[in-house]
Ligand binder design. Structure first.
Ligand code: 4NP
Length: 154
């Protein structure tokens, strides 16, 4: 299984999801069966490390994002990944527009797929510290749902 998380900048929400899922896969010994990556719909942060506030908040929960670098989602991602999970509706619309007609990848809204109370992971970039904690709370919960799905599909 190959899973791609997508947000706007690829420096806050989707790299957090990538690191949380990788961490949980390692804990469960499932890392060999699942390839995980993240990307942004925008190109402003290509090649840059995740946002320092994102890295700090994640590290306090045991997730190390320091090796990750931003990249932009591209058409070939729809052939390379089985499941592409968008962080908000705007990201999802962007992905639907760029999706090639013969794309194999399944495309969905991350939180909605796993029945969380919210449908979207709010963009924390222009807000305060609490936004980064909320991103982690939502992503940790949704990753538990995703892991249940992955275990059933591996
Ligand atoms: P992300 O957050 O989509 O969760 O990575 C953002 C990062 C940067 C910007 C917007 C959102 N920006 O406008 O540069």
């Amino acid at each position: 299984m190959r899973v791609l998380f997508v947000c706007l900048g690829n420096i806050c929400r989707s790299p957090t999801a990538e690191a949380v899922l990788r961490h949980k896969l390692l804990e469960l010994g499932l890392q060999e069966g699942v390839e995980v990556d993240s990307a942004g719909t925008g190109d402003w942060h290509v090649g840059k490390p995740p946002d320092s506030r994102t890295r700090q908040a994640a590290l306090l929960r045991g997730y190390d994002l320091s090796a990750l670098r931003g990249r932009q989602v591209c058409a070939s991602d729809f052939a390379r990944f089985d499941l592409i999970l968008a962080m908000d509706n705007s990201n999802l619309q962007h992905l639907r527009r760029m999706r090639p007609g013969n794309a194999a990848a399944e495309l969905d809204l991350f939180l909605r797929r796993y029945d969380l109370a919210l449908d979207e992971v709010p963009d924390p970039y222009y807000g305060g510290e609490e936004g980064f904690e909320q991103v982690l709370d939502l992503i940790e919960q949704a990753c538990d749902g995703l892991l249940r799905e992955l275990r059933g599909r591996l």
